[in-house]
Design a protein around this ligand. Structure first.
Ligand code: PMP
Length: 443
């Protein structure tokens, strides 16, 4: 692919009207050397086409939701049906009950759910509910985990493992950042130290139980059990942010995932509250949160914690979500994602090795991350300590061969149910030629 002239001119036009030319900063190519991002105009299955009619194999999957590929017929039909009946009523609908039942049957810790419009909203509200329930203000989060763009979770670690946070974004008061303590993921002593230090002030421990935001990172054996036990001893709630992970690796969330480290006690890792998004909307905007009835009864109109939404539970998003989960529940879905994921990871590893390019691949089912480094990646520090320049070069070489990845060294590759072995083979070959170029340039 060597002609992206229309993307380039649309980008110039977009810059005049849309801040930074993009409606989410992760879409900009800033982290991979800048320039025009690719403007897409159509997607079908595992492919999408840009405005210059170039075809790409899509491993971005819209940052996760598009697990069934683009324009999946079952989801498309559900959206069309919903649209024909009107897209918003501002009243309850039967569809919402059906969808709540589906989520509850897949996620045992949900007694009650509430639908919202994005992962950000879902996470933001779980924090409010936890504060209302515990009467405490502070939360603990983990370095490198992303939980949307609300004030409280856009906070990074201070200088030590149990110091108060500093804002990660302009516009967040230091007083708010001081309600957040950031500790390293996969480091139980650091969490216990923070809980000891801030004890009765901690409303909740907020975590991506399996991390998707600095690569795909599994909890170490015993980590989630230890995290939950430590939080409970302290009277703090455990909030799982499963916006990326829910329905990604199997039909459910982390608390029922058989792929966790051997010996994981699933009962001991049940969260109090769960935030959901992405896949559960089948590609339309959605978020949801839920948990134990006693905790969820804090939420208005039952309780004093207010949360509302004009668009919440809209029939189009709910219908797309139901259709998406129906398709995912068909036999063989996750087996296919696992099989293609293994094939892709093996092929990438072989290619990198053949050309002497150090590469750490973290794979969980059909999601994997590629880290240009020679060490394992189990926490944010290790993910940061990887070669962004090599990633940027690799990203461009792949894009030029018609393989689209997320433009960030921290993001995962997502397979969809529509990728084929041919797509994966093509990708492996494209990567091998990219690794060859990388070895000439960097090694
Ligand atoms: N939580 C996690 C784990 C996420 O990965 C994201 C988005 N990447 C969010 C929350 C925020 O979701 P949204 O972009 O839908 O607001």
């Amino acid at each position: 692919i060597n002609n992206r002239s229309r993307s380039e001119s649309l980008y110039q036009e977009a810059l005049e009207h849309i801040v930074g030319g993009v409606n989410s900063p992760s879409r900009s190519f800033k982290a991979v050397g800048g320039g025009a991002p690719v403007f897409m105009k159509r997607g079908q299955g595992a492919y999408f086409w840009d405005v210059d009619d170039n075809r790409y194999i899509d491993y971005l999957a819209a940052y996760g939701p598009v697990i069934l590929g683009h324009a999946h017929p079952h989801v498309t039909a559900a959206i069309c049906r919903a649209a024909e009946n009107g897209t918003l009523y501002g009243t309850p609908t039967e569809l919402e009950i059906q969808f709540a039942r589906m989520l509850k049957s897949a996620i045992p810790s949900l007694d009650k759910v509430r639908f919202v419009n994005s992962g950000t909203e879902a996470v933001m509200t779980t924090i409010r509910v936890a504060r209302a329930y515990t009467g405490r203000n502070k939360i603990i989060k983990f370095a490198g985990c992303y939980h949307g763009h609300s004030d409280l979770v856009l906070v990074a670690a201070g200088s030590g493992p149990s110091t108060l946070g500093i804002p990660d974004s302009a516009g967040i008061p230091t007083s708010i950042a001081h309600e957040v303590i950031t500790v390293p993921y996969n480091d139980l002593p650091a969490l216990e130290q923070a809980l000891d230090r801030w004890g009765s002030e901690i409303a909740a421990v907020m975590v991506e139980p399996i991390v998707g935001n600095f690569g795909m990172v599994m909890p170490k054996p015993g980590y989630l059990e230890g995290l939950c036990a430590a939080a409970r001893r302290n009277g703090s709630l455990v909030i799982y942010d499963e916006v990326i992970t829910a329905f990604r690796f199997h039909y459910g969330t982390t608390q029922t995932y058989a792929g966790l480290p051997a010996g994981t006690d699933l009962k001991a890792i049940e969260p109090d509250l769960t935030a959901l998004g992405k896949i559960i909307g089948g590609g339309l905007p959605i978020g949801a949160y839920g948990g134990k009835a006693e905790i969820m009864s804090q939420v208005a109109p039952l309780g004093p914690a207010y949360q509302a939404g004009t668009m919440a539970g809209n029939p189009a998003s709910i219908s797309a979500g139901i259709a998406c989960l129906e398709a995912l529940s068909l036999p063989g879905t996750y087996e296919k994602l696992e099989r293609l994921g293994a094939m892709l990871a093996d092929g990438l590893a072989r290619g990198a090795e053949a050309h002497g390019v150090p590469l750490t691949i973290n794979r969980i089912s059909g999601a994997l991350s590629t880290h240009f480094c020679a060490h394992p990646v189990t926490d944010y520090e290790e993910a940061q300590d990887t070669d962004g320049e090599q990633f940027a070069y690799f990203f461009r070489l792949m894009l030029d061969q018609g393989v689209c990845l997320a433009p960030s060294k921290y993001e995962a590759w997502f397979l969809t149910t529509e990728h084929t072995e041919e797509d994966v083979s093509y990708t492996i070959n494209a990567a091998a030629s990219a690794f060859k170029r990388l070895s000439e340039k960097f090694h």
